[in-house]
Write a protein that binds this ligand. Structure first.
Ligand SMILES: [Mg+2]
Length: 370
């Protein structure tokens, strides 16, 4: 395929309710939707999941647009790209900027699957028709408010609960939640808010039968996580620390974690996600798919990845109505009563982008090709 048209839509969508993590609170999600059209007139969609500011990673909406416009587009303009892997090889000289690369690569996967007339999940080697969904609940102003939120999402059918923690909002909160919900699959995510000197917090959490503790220590660390994992029983799951297959291999060798959360944006795309998935499968590290408050477009790629065989835990893939009043795809992503999302079987990402609605949320359209 040759990209005849490439457009970025910088969009901003109000969230249904503010979402608070150890980084801070967001009230609206800004993101970048990618649209590519090939020489046969087929359209592919992708999403750049960087945040408005450099909090989860160093990337931002503005750095991503800069990298796509000034580096990626000149590299791919007029080039024959027979497979998304070719794109990965072409952009390899760009160090980092994984979310920028991933957004374009996703659009190429959608195109590629549509040209094969196959649903994306089967192009990727997926093995299931429904994926398990957990819900991620942000930090609340009180534990009672958190308990109310948990009850609400469990009623909707979500299969496990993940709560965000930070110093001062951790063991006390987990203790209360466990008392109310002794058997619900429960995990916590610290988003790198602690240091090794806080290890007693995690030793205390060992009492509460958590599925895992996600990214307790520094976002770039593997060594201290390896030390911590030896001190506690609860499995450590790494998120921010795993930015590539090399990180996954190092984490395995060091014993930094026993579970990995794969986010395609964080690791530079679907191809790298597949590599990490396959490596983890050979060494016995189960994985699951994490989310970045994607719109329905980015969510489609998470759903497709969650069909892979070594995905062994519920994913942070929620229904469209978890975060948004309305989605920009049709049909919106909905939760089945058994806490799963049905994998679409139409070619490509399997959902239609509502271009009128996309335009309604667009702050700026950036035409890069032609
Ligand atoms: Mg996380």
């Amino acid at each position: 395929m040759i990209i005849k048209s490439l457009e970025l839509y910088r969009i901003a969508v109000e969230l249904k309710e503010p979402f608070t993590t150890s980084f801070g609170t967001i009230w609206r999600r800004e993101t970048v939707v990618v649209k590519v059209v090939d020489e046969n007139g087929n359209t592919g969609w992708g999403e750049i999941v960087s945040g408005s500011g450099p909090w989860y990673t160093y990337e931002t909406i503005d750095t991503a647009i800069h990298i796509v416009k000034d580096y990626i587009v000149p590299m791919i303009r007029g080039r024959e790209i027979d497979h998304p892997k070719t794109f990965c090889d072409i952009v390899k000289p760009i160090r980092g900027h994984n979310m920028a690369k991933a957004g374009i690569e996703m659009a190429l996967w959608d195109l590629y699957a549509k040209e094969l007339n196959m649903p994306l999940y089967s192009v990727l080697g997926g093995v299931r028709s429904r994926v398990e969904c957990g819900v991620s609940i942000g930090i609340k102003s009180s534990i009672d408010e958190l308990l109310k939120a948990i009850e609400y999402y469990l009623d909707q059918g979500y299969r496990r609960v993940k709560i965000k923690i930070k110093p001062g909002w951790d063991v006390n909160v987990v203790c209360r939640v466990r008392r109310e919900y002794p058997n619900t699959p429960l995990q916590v995510d610290a988003n790198a808010a602690y240091t090794l000197s806080d290890y007693r917090v995690f030793k205390s959490l060992d009492e509460y039968n958590l599925e895992m503790i996600e990214q307790p220590l520094h976002y770039d660390d593997l060594v201290d996580h390896a030390v911590l994992q030896r001190l506690i029983k609860t499995p450590i799951c790494l998120d921010e620390s795993i930015k590539s297959i090399n990180d996954a291999k190092s984490a395995y060798k060091l014993g930094s974690c026993t579970i990995i959360n794969i986010k395609p944006g964080r690791v530079g795309g679907i191809m790298e996600s597949l590599r990490i998935h396959d490596f983890c499968m050979t060494v016995g590290i189960p994985v699951w798919i994490g989310g970045m408050l994607e719109t329905g477009i980015g969510r489609a790629f998470l759903v497709a990845l969650a069909t892979l065989p070594n995905v062994k835990y519920p994913n942070d893939i929620s229904a469209s109505n978890r975060y948004y009043v309305e989605d920009i795809v049709e049909p919106p992503w909905t939760l089945n009563s058994d806490g799963t999302i049905t994998v679409p079987t139409k070619p490509g990402i399997g959902v239609e982008v509502l271009e009128d609605r996309l335009r309604k949320y667009t702050v700026k359209t950036i035409k890069l090709i032609p």
